[in-house]
Write a protein that binds this ligand. Sequence first.
Ligand code: MN
Length: 266
Amino acid sequence: MKPLILVTNDDGILAEGLLVLAEAMQTIGEVVVCAPDSERSGSSHAITLHSHLRAHPVRGGWWRVSGTPVDCIYLAIHHLCSRPPDLVVSGVNPGFNLGTDVFYSGTVGGAAEGYLRGVSAMAISADRGVDPRWAAPVCRDLARAVIADPRRVLLNVNVPGIEGHLEVAADEIDLRASELPIEVTRLGNRVYEDMVDPRMDPMGRPYYWIGGPATRGEDREGDDTHAVRAGVISVTPLEMNITAPSMVAASEIVSRATLGDKVDRR
Ligand code: MN
């Protein structure tokens, strides 16, 4: 039986990156697409628990859902798919998801939900302004390798363009993209300018835009940020347990807080 691949994104069912990813997955398996009916970028791991969801069949194997990427994956795995998927893929996002972006990203959220539901998963993002077809070959090759491996993994993949990528002819993209170097990385440090832009609506009430542009942070060799800056495809393995590696600070704070306390808190 062909592997079943579940595809989502956070940019909505009409996004070009979703179509490119679904087509790439069709070359290696049976595909179910279940994606938000509108843009949900920045929705992280949000799940809809206090209002209803609707799922509309768009065409064979394609569903649009009135929710987040996490809602889509949850609903698809537990209800819409005829069997458990072998892989969840999310993307192709127009814009990198590097470093701390993974905490905000709906693209990563969708993939992470697949992983939490027991399925290997990949989030795929390409540099802003890069044709998502640049990501298709690596999506296909990685998907095949992940499906063939018995271990459950969650991979955050970022695909840079090459110098002058906009001039590359459409029928050459696949070949040129297959030649991009690839590296396994750790999450780096992506820095943004802090920004709150207060404005006034026509009724005289204030409203705000938050979130500034990315600036250049320091990155070390081996970081995802470093890799994409060097034109290398970055593959970062993620896990979902963010317990701090050291318990020292918390232990000291807790013992200081409870010092001299006669009450046994256990
Ligand atoms: Mn997005």
